[in-house]
Design a protein around this ligand. Sequence first.
Ligand SMILES: Cc1ncc(COP(=O)(O)O)c(C=O)c1O
Length: 355
Amino acid sequence: MDRMIDLRSDTVTKPTDEMYQAIANAKLGDDVFREDPTVNKLEEKAAQIMGKEAGLLVPSGTMGNLVSILTSCPRGTEILLGNKSHTFYYEAGGISAFGGIHSRQLNNNNDGTINLDDIKSAIRANNVHFPKTSAIVLENTHNLCNGSPLLPEYIRDVAHIAKDNDVKLHIDGARIFNAAVSLDVNVKDLVANADSVTFCLSKGLSAPIGSIICGSDKFIYNARRNRKALGGGMRQAGIIAAAGIVSLDKMIQQIHNDHENAQLLVKGISNIDGLSIDKKNIKSNILYFDINKRRTLNAELSRQTDNKDQYPIDVVQDNIYFLETSPRRFRLVTHYGISREDIENTLRMLKGLLG
Ligand SMILES: Cc1ncc(COP(=O)(O)O)c(C=O)c1O
């Protein structure tokens, strides 16, 4: 097997042939002047799909969350977010570094939810000792929680708490289309009650670069200034947007395959002695499995993973790449670059992980 099978993340996807064509033919202008027709088209399309008034292209999901939170939350205020959320874990503390925003981490359940009572009781009373609560952030699907999709009913309940307390709701929807496909709902139903949402073009939707923030006209007007301040005002960004348009027109369908492939992995892994997997919580393209403590690892896997303290660790076995995310816990992510045959090869490789 010569081809590398890369299951580390759906961020490794390469542009499709159609994306390369669209990039080559893109009509361009200066997007900081709002004169790039391809960016304008992508932002309008995204807003329409999300059921929001406006959209804003940003270079990454991290910047999308940062710009959104900076736009909703004044300095010195506090936001509520999950203790396993991407924004808390993996975004380099940007909200506090650049926004002076205090974060309060609430327990994330295995399905990515935060208990409603925990949210209610974490909202600060009006007392001079406390920071004001300015926003709640949910993640859908939830990366570290088995790629779990959050249900529209749950999001609505959180939104009610937010509204009752005059607090904004932001959704980190890096993989919101995975959630919509998994739950078989319209993506609008997942964001209808949110003030802002960020979603990524460069994950399951296979574009090389880019995320979009959607919200009201006023929100996006303010977000545009914050994007500029962070250096995210790009010029002939139609180069990026052209691929993003193909993502929205053609690649949502691909997510169905990715979820089917993930389920084949789940089924196969649950039949491998010595591996364990939380079958019922895996509903999208991300899965985690564990190697039971008492089992020995094959020599190559031991060499790659023993005595390491920095996670995640890249692991390669039989030319198949995946991640160890904590000791003996591994992550596989399906995406456009992964075929049915790759899944079969992966299951064959996984059977050989134990010594
Ligand atoms: C849930 C979630 N939010 C945000 C991001 C950040 O996206 P980016 O890597 O484009 O900054 C990621 C990236 O994997 C993610 O998984």
